[in-house]
Write a protein that binds this ligand. Structure first.
Ligand code: FAD
Length: 307
């Protein structure tokens, strides 16, 4: 636990170190970032998504926005999202959008975030593009869920990620049931305090399976976002047992993680979607992934070694 906390602090400090950010922007992604990030520019992202699509794999595109501090930053972020939506339309990509409410300004103000989301969702809706709101640190969880509720009243092209490591998630799913929403289930990337976080791997895994099973059996669209074979095999068995149609769910993984498994799932006829982050904030995204779960460091190096 102490090692995890020190390593979390270490990578979080690096993620926001201005010198390293400047160096990373100068050197670019040759340092290894390109394995995990779809590039710095829209064109790079389009290439990456086309590559996935040619292997029968869909994408969910995150236009990274890690340094949004004021209204003006949020406007730039919305413009980047428009560019991504238009690229999906123009290039006929099999792709959706994923974003953090932080990037549209939830820390600037709830109204700012909702106004920006309205703009993004309207544009996305025109071209039938689905948008998923990522889940962030626990302190933002309530604000994100209530923003989702307000937006989902108007837009059916909107889903949300929920974290199996939190005690509150089961109640949150019940709270959102009235929308029959698409939910992306994740185990949770943030280390939270013991009173809110289940904080025990096997209990989190059990909770993950319970949440996914219940959501699928209600007939709701389910995004199974995990690299864990145990979770994947559980879902495969479940859908066979209950005759759940393949178009009611999809597996999701992060770019650069378990690429062989991604291809295998797609080849076997399962819906497979890869999370493709892109933009100039790639370095901070990359470092934060290492900070959130120290185990990712091992997977990161293993994945790089396998290239
Ligand atoms: P873990 O519990 O980390 O690992 C379990 C087992 O899986 C490992 O023991 C190993 O056997 C296997 N495994 C895992 N990774 C690898 C690998 N790379 N190579 C080989 N074996 C591996 N978190 C949030 O908090 N909010 C979000 O909005 C969010 N969105 C996400 C979107 C997507 C598409 C994905 C895939 C993840 C997202 N996450 C998000 C991160 C998530 O919460 C987890 O931190 C992350 O996915 C690690 O958990 P896991 O289920 O993949 O497996």
């Amino acid at each position: 636990m102490i090692v995890a906390s020190v390593s979390n602090q270490f990578f979080t400090t690096l993620a926001y170190n201005q010198l390293f950010i400047d160096i990373s922007r100068r050197i670019g992604m040759d340092l290894g970032g390109s394995h995990f990030v779809g590039g710095e520019k829209t064109d790079d992202m389009v290439k990456q998504v086309k590559k996935l699509n040619s292997n029968g794999i869909g994408a969910t595109i995150d236009c990274l926005g890690e340094f949004v501090k004021n209204e003006e930053d949020t406007k730039k972020y919305v413009d980047n999202c428009y560019k991504a939506i238009h690229a999906i339309r123009d290039e006929k990509l099999n792709a959706q959008i994923s974003l953090k409410l932080f990037s549209v300004g939830i820390e600037v103000g709830q109204e700012t975030a909702i106004r920006n989301m309205n703009d993004i969702l309207q544009e996305a809706k025109k071209y039938d593009v689905f948008v998923t709101i990522n889940m962030e640190e626990y302190k933002n969880c309530e604000g994100i869920i209530s923003a989702f509720e307000a937006l989902r009243e108007k837009y059916d092209n909107l889903g949300i990620a929920l974290q199996a490591n939190l005690y509150r998630t089961e109640t949150d799913v019940e709270r959102l049931d009235r929308f029959s929403p698409a939910i992306r289930f994740v185990k949770g990337a943030y280390i939270e305090s013991g009173d809110v976080d289940i904080n025990n791997k096997s209990h989190v895994d059990e909770n993950y399976k319970k949440l996914v099973k219940s959501h699928l059996l209600k007939g709701n669209y389910t995004q199974v976002a995990t690299h864990d074979n145990d979770m994947i095999d559980f879902v495969k068995k479940l859908v066979n047992e209950y005759d759940i149609p393949k178009d009611q769910f999809e597996f999701q993984m992060l770019q650069g993680m378990r690429e062989e498994k991604q291809r295998e799932l797609a080849e076997d006829g399962w819906n497979m979607v890869v999370y493709v982050p892109f933009g100039k904030d790639w370095y901070t995204y990359f470092m934060k992934r290492l900070a959130e779960r120290p185990a990712n460091i091992g997977f990161t190096f293993m994945s790089m070694a396998r290239r």
